[in-house]
Design a protein around this ligand. Structure first.
Ligand SMILES: *Cc1c(COP(=O)(O)O)cnc(C)c1O
Length: 400
């Protein structure tokens, strides 16, 4: 089916919550995808930081096909080898520590963390939770209660959970909000949906100190930042601010839907039998995919690649001198080109016309979260085209 027909049928069949996306994608290979009309694009967003191995990676195809053929589903009434190996591998990456719960998405990983925090709080006379302004933790009601983006939070509240919001990156504000009545602090290591906004240096070391001093749990929402995105398995490693609870999802399954909540140290025993569950969570096919992703990142040196090619990408953007471009921020293969005004939607469209998929994550920020296999030459093909993309965005702004 052609793209325009797919788009009009989509518009009639789906709820309007996403609008109608501009491109219907049909297939992919490596960092390249093709739309329904056969046009090729360099994929610099990877399905929102998800397709960590790119598209059609043989290791992922092999793992998923073999597992689907052997056994696709068990439910939690039975256990299976891929989930055991995956939980053990995640523990290895966390220095042998942690107890794992497997879910199907990011928001569900955070629901698990929130239930842990509530149970921990009830056992210890702690009733409130602290999160950051402009944070994003997901769309289900518990995760939405933690989400500091007013526009998506307010229409569905109140939530019946005492969540207090503090400015992100302000350690003094955090210290003022966290006391011995606080159950948990939920924070992203860098705010992804807010526009790939990193905190000031030293912030997470302060977060760890504040939580240690008060006994509040530090929950790191690494749903977007983990599994190599920043050049490390986990972004908390950059400041060595080890969380008490860690949530993962996006990049973990390489495109298959899986989330994980890992509780470290004694917090691994907060839940008792019966406290939580999921029919699909830890599904054998998704667990096999995640194992393949973790093995391939290691085998192909993709942490190093994300760090190195991320520098090439950032340096290439920083070298562009254009009135629409203010700068670049982020780490590894997780960057935002920061614009001087609300030009991101026009720049996203101009990039698409030039054959690059990027994301206008904020009115003034273009997010880049490509597959971790991106090459320096691919990064440079985008930064080389950036001046003309920004020219086209400026011209479109003039016309409208
Ligand atoms: C994407 C994201 C979520 C939600 O994940 P879903 O899989 O969309 O439910 C939560 N937290 C962060 C930091 C995210 O980036």
């Amino acid at each position: 089916m052609r793209g325009d027909e797919l788009r009009s049928r989509y518009a009639a069949a789906f709820m309007p919550n996403y609008g109608v996306p501009p491109v219907a994608l049909a297939r992919g290979e490596g960092c390249r995808v093709w739309d329904a009309d056969g046009r090729a694009y360099l994929d610099l967003i990877a399905g929102i930081a998800v397709s960590s191995l790119g598209h059609g990676h043989p290791a992922l195809i092999e793992a998923v096909s073999a597992q689907a053929a052997a056994l696709a589903h068990t439910s939690n009434l039975f256990l299976h080898e891929p989930e055991v190996l995956l939980a053990e591998r995640l523990r290895e990456l966390l220095d042998g520590d942690g107890r794992v719960f497997l879910a199907n998405s990011g928001t569900e990983a955070n629901e698990c963390a929130l239930k842990l925090a509530i149970k921990y709080g009830r056992a210890n006379g702690r009733s409130h939770i602290v999160a950051a302004e402009n944070s994003f933790h997901g769309r289900t009601l518990g995760a939405l209660a933690l989400t500091g983006k007013q526009a998506i939070r307010e229409p569905f509240g109140p939530y019946g959970i005492d969540v207090r919001f503090v400015p992100y990156g302000d350690a003094d504000a955090l210290a003022a909000a966290v006391d011995e009545h606080c159950a948990a602090v939920f924070l992203e290591p860098t705010q992804g949906e807010a526009g790939v906004v990193p905190p000031p240096d030293g912030y997470f070391a302060a977060v760890r100190r504040i939580c240690d001093a008060t006994g509040a749990l530090f929950v790191a929402d690494e749903i977007q930042s983990a599994i190599g995105r920043t050049g490390a398995w986990f972004a908390w490693r950059h400041e060595n601010a080890r969380p008490d609870v860690l949530t993962l999802a996006k990049g973990l399954g390489g495109g298959l839907p899986i989330g994980a909540c890992v509780a470290l140290g004694e917090h691994g025993e907060i839940f008792a039998k019966g406290d939580h569950g999921s029919t699909f969570g830890g599904n054998p096919v998704n667990a096999a995919a995640a194992l393949a992703v973790l093995a391939t990142i290691e085998k192909e040196g993709l942490l190093g690649n994300a760090a190195q090619v991320g520098e090439v990408l950032a340096a290439g953007i920083a070298a562009v001198d254009h009135p629409l471009l203010a700068g670049v921020r982020g780490r590894g293969l997780w960057r935002a080109a920061v614009l001087t005004g609300p030009h991101a939607p026009a720049a996203e469209a101009a990039a698409r016309d030039a054959g690059f998929l990027v994301n206008a994550v904020q009115p003034d920020a273009l997010r880049l979260a490509p597959p971790l296999i991106l090459t320096a030459a691919e990064a440079e093909s985008f930064t080389g085209a950036l001046p003309s993309i920004l020219d086209a965005a400026a011209a479109a702004a003039k016309e409208s």
